[in-house]
Design a protein around this ligand. Structure first.
Ligand code: ATP
Ligand code: MG
Length: 234
């Protein structure tokens, strides 16, 4: 089953066109990576899917339902959650308060969900009364993911979750992403650590200058000599 389908998507800022007819398809249960050089439009693509940026042309479908142009809170209710590249926690709030904020669209009892998230990230459970701003980069990234997971999404969009982390923490975050995926959440991830991201990805898309360059299985992209040279640092 296809969970997400992006067709001929164009979007930009003011007069600036960034995405120029991008397409993408995500199968339910998959991890899909988006890689490409700085400024390619990777973050712009995630922002467009989540409705932060209104597409100029094109269609975005979630499980066949057209969600193009909806506001982020509506899109969250349809089952997509998003962790931005920057400023993705509330630093002056505690871990627990951050998770509560993540549940903003829920008016049911979310204590069970919170327990599941603490089980996934035990370190957050130990520190639930600590302010998010006092945490290490890796822990903050876990708070950001935990917050996004509070709505129990079917599809999680992650923008550079390993940015700025030491190599052992990069591995830890990637393991956590695979654990989240194993609970049935489909994942679209933008990564500078493209090689590592492709290793855990069912499929990958290469974007450059706002357009699709190519897409293939993670394994095939890793084995592609030109992809390696141009986009994976040799
Ligand atoms: N809010 C904004 N207003 C104007 N231009 C923007 C804005 N955000 C991004 N851009 C421009 O859009 C282009 C694509 O940016 P985007 O952030 O999508 O790239 P990216 O592929 O995520 O790059 P990076 O790897 O550096 O995160 C860049 O040229 C960027 O300068
Ligand atoms: Mg970006």
């Amino acid at each position: 089953m296809t969970i997400l389908e992006v067709e001929n998507l164009s979007a930009g800022y003011g007069k600036l066109d960034i995405l120029k007819g991008v397409g993408m398809r995500v199968k339910a249960g998959d991890i899909v990576s988006i890689i490409g050089p700085n400024g390619a439009g990777k973050s712009t693509l995630l922002k467009s899917i989540f409705g932060i940026l209104k597409p100029r042309t094109g269609t975005i479908r979630l499980k066949g339902k057209d969600i193009t142009g909806l506001n982020p809170d509506r899109i969250a209710r349809h089952g997509i959650s998003y962790v931005p590249q920057l400023n993705n926690v509330f630093p002056s709030m505690t871990i627990e308060e951050n998770l509560q904020m993540g549940a903003f669209i829920r008016n049911d009892d979310f204590s069970q969900r919170m327990a599941e998230i603490y089980a996934l990230f035990p370190v957050l459970s130990e520190r639930k009364k600590q302010k998010a701003g006092q945490l290490s980069g890796g822990q903050r990234q876990m708070v950001a993911m935990g917050r996004a997971l509070m709505v129990d999404p079917e599809l999680l969009l992650l923008d550079e979750p390993s940015a700025g982390l030491a190599p052992n923490l990069v591995d830890m975050i990637f393991e956590k992403i695979q654990e989240v995926n194993a609970t049935g959440v489909s994942i679209v991830i933008v990564e500078q650590n493209a090689r590592e991201a492709l290793k855990m990805s069912d499929h990958g898309y290469v974007l450059a200058m706002g357009k699709n360059v190519l897409d293939d299985t993670g394994r095939a992209l890793l084995a592609n000599e030109e992809v390696g040279r141009l986009y994976l640092g040799g």
